[in-house]
Design a protein around this ligand. Sequence first.
Ligand SMILES: CC(=O)SCCNC(=O)CCNC(=O)[C@H](O)C(C)(C)COP(=O)(O)OP(=O)(O)OC[C@H]1O[C@@H](n2cnc3c(N)ncnc32)[C@H](O)[C@@H]1OP(=O)(O)O
Length: 169
Amino acid sequence: MNARTAEHSRTVMTDLVLPSETNPLNNLFGGELLARMDRAASISARRHSRRIVVTASVNHVAFNKAVPLGSVVTVEAKVSRAFKTSMEIFIDVWVEDRESGNRSKANEAIYTFVAVDETGTPVAIPELIPETDLEKERFAAALRRKQLSLLLAGKIKPNDATELKALFE
Ligand SMILES: CC(=O)SCCNC(=O)CCNC(=O)[C@H](O)C(C)(C)COP(=O)(O)OP(=O)(O)OC[C@H]1O[C@@H](n2cnc3c(N)ncnc32)[C@H](O)[C@@H]1OP(=O)(O)O
């Protein structure tokens, strides 16, 4: 299986914030943003693996900045590391200023997707090659995040979270 670059999986989705997608403060509803991020991450995971992919976990979400009604929102997803059958996807959310056109970072999230066959059984995926400094940084920390997610889900024992333990040694 040929390794693929992180850039190969880059997925960019740009859309408006409509009235039906806002909360009582007229800002984008959190669940709507989660759905947009899930869609972009799913396409990104599919581009890397060329397989059916399912969301296994939402590892991290930060709603740092409210996104007002009418905003132009860009969701950018990229695979940050591929393991055996699972992939970590980093999602950056940008909002475009109407007058200047400048983009500012509003939110970010990290999702885990698993590639599966037609019966839903996990299948092996290609390795990921990080190229830029940011891609390399995210790649390096991904194993630690995977162990944290598995630990919180009760799927590994604390002793098996070697990367996490190393932080405290
Ligand atoms: C596109 C969509 O939105 S689909 C809708 C939402 N998602 C779903 O319906 C998925 C439902 N869940 C499932 O089908 C299963 O739980 C799966 C396929 C995600 C995992 O199946 P499991 O039987 O747990 O498989 P298994 O234990 O072999 O894990 C598969 C991989 O997922 C990883 N994984 C499983 N759970 C987690 C988790 N909570 N956090 C991080 N990684 C996880 C495992 O570490 C393993 O990774 P690796 O092979 O790269 O080392």
